[in-house]
Write a protein that binds this ligand. Sequence first.
Ligand SMILES: NC(=O)c1ccc[n+]([C@@H]2O[C@H](COP(=O)([O-])OP(=O)(O)OC[C@H]3O[C@@H](n4cnc5c(N)ncnc54)[C@H](OP(=O)(O)O)[C@@H]3O)[C@@H](O)[C@H]2O)c1
Length: 327
Amino acid sequence: MNYRPLGRTGWKVSDISFGAWAIGGAWGSVSDDESLAALNKAIDSGVNFIDTADVYGDGRSERLIAKLKKSRKEEIIVATKAGRRLPKQTVEGYNRHNLTLWLDDSLTNLATDCLDLVQLHCPPTGLYDQPEAFGMLDDFVKAGKIRYYGVSVEKVEEALKAIEYPNVQTVQIIFNCFRQKPAEVFLPRAKQKKVGVLARVPLASGLLTGKLRSDSKFAKDDHRNFNRHGEAFDVGETFSGVDYGTGLKAVDEIRALLPAGVSMSQFALRWILMFDGVTCAIPGGKTPQQVVDNCTASAVAALSPQTMAGVKKIYDTCIHPLVHDRW
Ligand SMILES: NC(=O)c1ccc[n+]([C@@H]2O[C@H](COP(=O)([O-])OP(=O)(O)OC[C@H]3O[C@@H](n4cnc5c(N)ncnc54)[C@H](OP(=O)(O)O)[C@@H]3O)[C@@H](O)[C@H]2O)c1
């Protein structure tokens, strides 16, 4: 496993880290035993950073991570999120009272007295024009409730606004072979400002693992079923906002670029790590096998310029018209 500095925090985190949404909920049924096995395999493989949120299974993901931490001696840095408990996303909802309640819940679930990193969970765009909101986060740091804070964003324009705030340490954004816009302006600027970047949805919700087919079925309580068209939350979070059929065709084209011995998931993750403005990818892992496959990406040799150009061409031809100007 390789490690990269996380912004100005002083932490060095595994370039393949762990996304803990699926072990909480919204991805079909998962057993806590299997999830703990996946988490333990991640730590065995050198992962030292886990991304979660208060709302993943209403605290279930955070509580599993607390259990993991109790049973392991390694340092494990946990990034959680706050804001999605609001019944409706409004700028006003991100107030001191609500934030205090959400952070207290996360402190309890994670069984700690100080949260390592708290990210605002895709707040409305207008929040980035409210310095008071970031001032409140500074107060939580001063009070010792949180060590650092950052944001998770939907759009590149939000990411660019967020990093103008001096104490924003991290930005979490969708970045993968099907979501290349952050590479244009945002990643170089984040690098220049020493802001950590967490690349989320790195496997495009499983599409970029190469295992999905036109007749693949998803459980009723899996967002790949119930949020295909953005019925429950931003459609960009499901298959990166790429329509399923187009995604499958593009994956077939990418498959032709794989170096010998490299799995499709490893390729997709290694592609992300080719960008030095990225701190880590946070693939979701439901089983120990998936985690091992994903962690192997850290050691895969750099992709050739021809291969990178090949992925760009597939993006420009098939995907760009669908997503580039939306997020
Ligand atoms: N708004 C936000 O802030 C936000 C939104 C989305 C995600 N996130 C964060 O980003 C993390 C990653 O994104 P994501 O979980 O949505 O999507 P993802 O990482 O692109 O896809 C994860 C899913 O792909 C499948 N998978 C993973 N590795 C595999 C492998 N090696 N082989 C085959 N299948 C594999 C698993 O589902 P199956 O086995 O069921 O196919 C897994 O749940 C989340 O866990 C969460 O921490 C944050």
